[in-house]
Design a protein around this ligand. Structure first.
Ligand code: ATP
Ligand code: MG
Length: 247
């Protein structure tokens, strides 16, 4: 079977500064890949390259055998790391979710769009927030609304850039239950700083620091050597990873 994502010799520079350096990997369909790496290591740049937001200097990206610009946008869901939404915008949560179906803000919502949005909100446990003004959402609540927005199309692949920021422990457990459920039909790629969760939930882990330092199953990839190259000493400061970090 063709991979969901295939990246060959990808390099990205910003102002002659290399951010991603000759990266190649293939992600199987319906895999759950977690990308870990220190701040500034190119994780968001990789996600944005897969989305076609960033044009790479060199290399080839194929998503379900298509280029990022040639892919049906409905196939991809995205939760950005930085929420560019103006928090004073006079909209409600439901409208933000429906905006995932369009390229513009939905001033008028059709009944079928409302039903899709409510179904997505229900899946992320946020149906009760449907009519809440965006200005009255907490950071964690806004994260959930963005998560609902990313799944409203029922995409084939979801790119999640630090989706747990601001979500409380119970919400995090709910989110992972949802990810496991979505993962039955969808390919998931998630950036996180939570190495322990990566170890327990992911089918694959990518350790990134400009170069691809490691890629494989969590137990193969979250090894002491890999983490030391990417993070310096930090691998040993994660007690639950000690077994892996000592490997
Ligand atoms: N649009 C841009 N223009 C110039 N430099 C950029 C741009 N976007 C990112 N960079 C630089 O590229 C490098 C990688 O940034 P990126 O956002 O991909 O890191 P990251 O691994 O996601 O970090 P974090 O964990 O802090 O989110 C950083 O040095 C950053 O300053
Ligand atoms: Mg980032």
């Amino acid at each position: 079977m063709n991979p969901a994502v295939s990246v060959k010799n990808l390099s990205v520079n910003f102002h002659e500064h290399t951010v991603l350096d000759n990266i190649s990997f293939k992600l199987p369909d319906r895999s759950f890949t977690v990308i870990v790496g220190p701040n500034g290591s190119g994780k968001s740049t990789l996600i944005r390259s897969l989305l076609g937001i960033i044009e790479p200097e060199k290399g080839e990206i194929r998503i379900y055998d298509r280029t990022p610009s040639g892919i049906n946008p409905e196939w991809m869901g995205y939760v950005p790391q930085t929420k560019t939404l103006d928090r004073n915008f006079p909209g409600i949560a439901l409208e933000l979710v429906v905006s995932g179906l369009r390229r513009s803000w939905p001033f008028f919502i059709k009944q079928n769009e409302k039903e899709k949005a409510q179904s997505a909100l229900s899946r992320v446990g946020a149906l009760h927030l449907s009519n809440r003004p965006l200005t009255r959402l907490s950071g964690g609540e806004l994260q959930r609304i963005y998560l609902a927005r990313s799944i409203i199309h029922n995409p084939r692949i979801i790119l999640l850039d630090e989706p747990m920021t601001g979500i409380d422990a119970a919400g995090e457990a709910d989110s992972y239950r949802l990810f496991d459920e979505l993962n039955k039909d969808m390919t998931l790629i998630m950036v996180t700083h939570d190495l322990e969760t990566a170890f327990h939930h992911a089918s694959h882990v990518m350790v990134l620091n400009k170069k691809l330092i490691g890629y494989g199953k969590p137990e193969e990839c979250l090894t002491g050597e890999c983490l030391r190259i990417a993070f310096g000493h930090v691998g040993h400061s994660h007690p639950r990873l000690k077994g892996a970090a000592d490997g």
